[in-house]
Design a protein around this ligand. Structure first.
Ligand SMILES: [Zn+2]
Length: 86
């Protein structure tokens, strides 16, 4: 994120919130709802309401495809990438 290099505080908060999101996955697994909740909570505590709103919209889009054919294809592709070669 180039903007973080320029000292943009909101940009740095967004980047930090992505780390919070990924750290949540590392500790708790694949559940996106929990990871997004941790990320949004972090942003709200930092007073970054506008960025939190954007993350909420992203969460809603991600959760909307849950159980859909789109998600099924994504899961198959991930499994293919992580399975050992025959
Ligand atoms: Zn995630």
């Amino acid at each position: 994120m180039r903007c973080a290099n320029q000292g943009d505080w909101q940009c740095m908060l967004k980047l930090a919130s992505v780390l919070v999101h990924e750290a949540w996955h590392f500790r708790n697994g694949r559940d996106e709802a929990g990871a997004y909740t941790a990320q949004i909570t972090f942003l709200m505590h930092q007073g970054s309401d506008a960025t939190a709103a954007g993350v909420r919209r992203a969460r809603d889009r991600v959760l909307a495809v849950r159980g859909s054919p789109v998600e099924a294809v994504a899961i198959k592709l991930r499994e293919r990438q992580t399975s050992p070669l025959p």
